[in-house]
Write a protein that binds this ligand. Structure first.
Ligand SMILES: [Zn+2]
Length: 506
């Protein structure tokens, strides 16, 4: 070649910000210019082809409007002449298409009679050379492969994040009910609550006054005397309103979905689904809330303070599936006995389930909690075992990957063809393992088992507050407990497995 040929620079940065700052592009261009000094038979064209902010993964840079696309078009229209050189930093700059498509694109450029320089590899693939150089061919194959895998990994990570978000949304996580408690404001997209500070402070004040020994009546009267406006626009604070705020677990962030049906012209609310304990922002500290609950005298609503059945909401009959509820029956000694009894036996004589003595059952259950029997086969403990294993696996996989990557830089062309599929497989395995670890960590973090264990350290079976707390925590992970005289069975919310605990410890 006696005549000077044109060399064209093509650069691509996929990140929009990097494109704005121009750093990625300038770096690629400077390097190419430097390198080109070694090839005096080429002169650098003023025309530079650039794709900024285009991901090569879906081939967006191939659009005729885009840089590489417009380069191909310039070849097509004879503006870029055969014999020219296209300079790229690395093959991944040409795109991150699946390897075969990437190879086709590369060949298309060669077919226009354009040689391609891969600056970093100090490699020129000559469009006119007939005897294909095997080692540069393999080098390109590996390059396309790595470029694609890396990008695939990235886009799979993004997709995984979307999938998790969608899951959260499906389980009612993101979208919130339109009805917010009076101290919260719902964002326009219904995804978050913000605390109305002045109102939250007033609720906190109500709790403090109550703990200070003032009843709802007195608090309401004081607020009215001070002219504090109500949240609802009602003219005056009432005992009922104050009590409602003192009793609602919404201040802790809890939410219980209800379905409403009309019965004889009246609205009847039925609980539906589980309590979501992380729904609203918490405005009252849990310990303060339960202290306040314990100041209420035993009440026939049986909602708080009166917490006989530690397993309320979980105890079910193994024969008919009906609720087993706590009952008291007088005995000949005058000291009452406590039982769990199937409501079908109790109410309708529809079930033959023998009643189960409550105290022995509770004692055994707490024992089994303390010595780890209850959660031994739970989803969470299985998951944390699996996570440990997965972490060890990941370490080995990553070691193998870096071994292979190093081997590729040293290997003969024949060996490279064998190494590439291995690398491919490792990428997939590493992705899957990372994904598993991420998901299981989230599930472990959401599990109440750690909280249960820390509560148990100071657990006093007579402390109503603690009973209430333990009940709520257990309900987050246990679906049902089916008590019998000689054993009980636990079904978990997250697992197909159930645990069977014998009343007499082996
Ligand atoms: Zn029954």
């Amino acid at each position: 070649m006696s005549k000077l040929q044109n060399a064209y620079l093509y650069s691509r940065v996929s990140n929009v910000d990097a494109a704005k700052h121009g750093e990625g592009l300038r770096r690629q261009q400077e390097k190419a210019k430097d390198w080109l000094k070694n090839y005096p038979n080429y002169k650098l064209s003023d025309k530079v082809f650039v794709d900024a902010g285009k991901s090569g993964y879906h081939g967006a840079n191939l659009d005729p409007q885009a840089g590489l696309g417009s380069f191909l078009e310039a070849c097509e229209r004879g503006i870029v002449l055969p014999g020219s050189l296209l300079c790229v930093e690395l093959v991944d700059r040409l795109g991150r298409l699946p390897p075969r498509q990437a190879k086709n694109l590369f060949n298309k450029i060669l077919d226009y009679g354009i040689s391609v320089a891969i600056v970093k590899w100090n490699l020129i693939v000559d469009a006119f050379s007939n005897n294909d150089d095997l080692s540069s061919d393999l080098l390109l194959t590996v390059g396309f492969h790595l470029a694609y895998m890396e990008s695939k990994q990235k886009s799979e990570r993004i997709r995984a994040t979307h999938a998790i978000r969608r899951q959260v949304a499906l389980s009612g996580g993101k979208k919130r009910t339109a009805v917010a408690p009076a101290w919260l404001r719902l964002s326009d997209d219904r995804s978050t609550f913000t605390v109305i500070k002045s109102r939250a402070e007033l609720i906190q004040k109500i709790y403090q006054l109550k703990l200070g020994g003032k009843g709802a009546n007195i608090i309401a009267r004081e607020f009215n005397e001070q002219g504090i406006p109500t949240f609802s626009g009602k003219p005056k604070w009432s005992k009922t309103t104050i009590n409602t705020y003192l009793r609602t677990t919404a201040v802790l962030g809890h939410f219980q979905a209800h379905t409403v049906t009309m019965v004889n012209g009246k609205r009847v609310y039925t609980k539906s689904g589980d309590v979501n304990t992380d729904y609203y922002p918490e405005i009252i500290d849990e310990s303060i809330f339960y202290q306040v609950q314990s100041t209420f005298k035993n009440n026939n609503a049986g909602r708080f303070g009166n917490f006989q059945n530690l397993f309320r909401g979980m105890t079910k009959c193994d024969l008919c599936g009906s609720t087993m509820s706590w009952t008291r029956s007088p005995s000949s000694t005058g000291i009452p006995n406590f039982y769990l009894r199937c409501t079908n036996v109790y109410l309708k004589k529809l079930c033959s389930k023998p009643s189960v003595k409550y105290e022995a059952f509770e004692d055994r259950f707490i024992d089994a909690l303390l010595n780890g029997e209850i959660f031994k086969d739970s989803f969470e403990s299985e998951l944390s075992e699996k996570s440990k294993q997965a972490k060890a696996d990941l370490h080995i996989l990553q070691q193998q990957k870096s071994n292979i990557q190093e081997a590729i830089t040293l290997a003969s062309p024949e060996a490279i063809t064998e190494l590439v599929p291995l690398l491919d497989q490792l990428h997939l395995q590493i992705n899957a393992t990372k994904q598993f670890l991420f998901e299981s960590q989230q599930q472990i973090n959401n599990s109440p088992i750690q909280e249960i264990n820390s509560l148990l350290r100071t657990f006093d079976t007579k402390n109503q507050t603690q009973r209430e707390q333990l009940n709520l925590l257990l309900k987050r992970t246990i679906a049902t407990i089916k008590p019998s005289r000689d054993s009980f069975t636990i079904d978990f919310k997250n697992s197909e497995k159930s645990s069977k605990i014998n009343m007499i410890q082996c």
